[in-house]
Design a protein around this ligand. Structure first.
Ligand code: GLC
Length: 405
């Protein structure tokens, strides 16, 4: 049986996009966008991707400092370059570039740090002889396969790679498929083979059924159904390292995203794009660590948070767990905050970090919190925890489709 408990408790993970494209330093799609031929990709980029300073323990430490609970590494992106020494092709890190396995040390370091371990795997493979072609549009069509023989060989190839990944590295907690391939790559058969080797693994939905997690990309869009879900986001505007991209989100943006995913009962998978040598851009380290410091103070509002019945407001995001409700305040304008959503009786109100009690009154469905300091202490978000008399209930159902977040 797949293990869903850790995923619901975790709420925050590290996505790691790293590979040959990191050497080019202009994002992971560049060979496709620039019509780079295979020979050029191999000699000019793959052979120069050396992973000289690869230190997965430092990545794992960053994830822990950031407050993340799991990680997902690109074991193979659309360029088809395997970060492990696969038997299925020559295009891998044991044979070109780093000349060693990069996946095993990642698994060992993250496990040792107490984190759950995930593999990103893109079935697409731009340079594989049986793939419809290296410079294909983002999403090939059914008719792009030359014939069924080509398609069958391709399926055998990616399945064999997955079997290696699922057999050689001990327990793997999460298989994160990417898309960019025509349906259906015999996903049922392949996923069942994965589950036979890793019975507790979670699988995302991008390669079809059976799956456990629905993912959304660069947006926080909780699914309507009651299913595990995750939003994956970049910290700047690229997944793979891009030397010219300085459009960093800040630590308060990270916490706002995190409260938003948590309040909808989902996880945030936030990306780092290490450089070719394996080092993580300093901006990522600083931003993630500052957000992690906030989590040290207020993580109770995030980890294990459940889907919240409350709607939107104009000062922050509300999370909940059991009979506790957390008001994560980003913008407060005065000493009094009025919240008109809670049906239950409020038993206590306190600042989460200090435990200091807050004066409050409930009247006609309105909760008044009084004598708040102006400005609130925490520049990222100040969290107030309310203890209710039972399972939180909202006064009104959320009905409109246009309301923000
Ligand atoms: C898209 C991109 C890919 C990236 C992924 C992350 O599918 O094609 O480059 O790895 O998003 O979700």
């Amino acid at each position: 049986m797949s293990d869903t408990n850790w995923f619901n408790e975790a709420r925050y993970g590290m996505f790691i996009h790293w590979g040959v494209y990191s050497y080019a330093a202009r994002g992971e799609w560049f060979p496709n966008r620039e019509l780079v031929p295979f020979e050029e990709y191999k000699t000019r980029y793959a052979e120069n991707f050396k992973a000289e300073r690869y230190d997965p323990k430092a990545w794992a430490k960053l994830a822990v400092d950031a407050g993340m609970k799991y990680a997902v590494l690109t074991t193979r992106h659309h360029d088809g370059f395997a970060l492990w020494p696969t038997q299925t092709s020559d295009f891998h890190a044991g044979n070109i570039g780093p000349m060693r396995d990069l996946v095993g040390p990642y698994v060992a370091a993250f496990r040792e740090a107490g984190l759950k371990v995930g593999f990103y795997f893109s079935p697409a493979s731009w340079f594989h002889p049986d793939y419809p072609g290296p410079h294909f549009r983002d999403w090939p069509n059914e008719g792009d396969w030359k014939d069924s023989g080509q398609r069958d060989r391709f399926i055998e190839h990616y399945k064999a790679q997955l079997i290696e990944l699922m057999s050689n590295y001990g327990k793997i907690d999460y298989l994160w498929y990417d898309g960019c391939i025509p349906d259906d790559l015999q996903s049922r058969e392949v996923n069942e083979a994965v589950l036979a080797l890793q019975p507790e693994i979670l699988i995302n939905e991008r390669n079809g059924e059976p799956f456990h997690v629905e993912v959304c990309e660069q947006a926080i869009k909780p699914p309507a159904e009651d299913i595990l879900w995750e939003a994956c986001m970049t910290l700047n505007d690229n997944w793979g390292y891009h030397a010219g991209d300085h459009n960093w989100k800040q630590s308060h943006d990270v916490i706002q995203m995190l409260t938003d995913t948590a309040r909808n009962g989902g996880n945030l998978l936030l990306n780092i794009g290490p450089k070719s040598d394996g080092s993580v851009p300093q901006e990522s380290v600083d931003i993630l660590t500052a957000a992690g410091d906030w989590l040290k103070r207020n993580g109770e509002a995030i980890y294990g948070a459940e889907k919240c019945p409350f709607s939107w407001n104009n000062w922050g995001k509300v999370t909940m767990k059991g009979s506790k409700v957390y008001l994560n305040i980003f913008k407060c304008t005065g000493t009094e905050l009025c919240y008109g959503e809670i049906k239950n009786k409020v038993l206590s109100a306190k600042f989460l970090e200090s435990g200091v009690s807050i004066d409050f009154e409930q009247k006609d469905g309105r909760l008044f919190l009084r004598d708040l300091p102006v400005p609130l202490k925490d520049p990222i978000a100040t969290t107030i925890v309310l203890e209710l008399d039972g399972q939180p209930e909202a006064i009104r159902e959320q009905t409109s489709f246009w309301i923000p977040g």
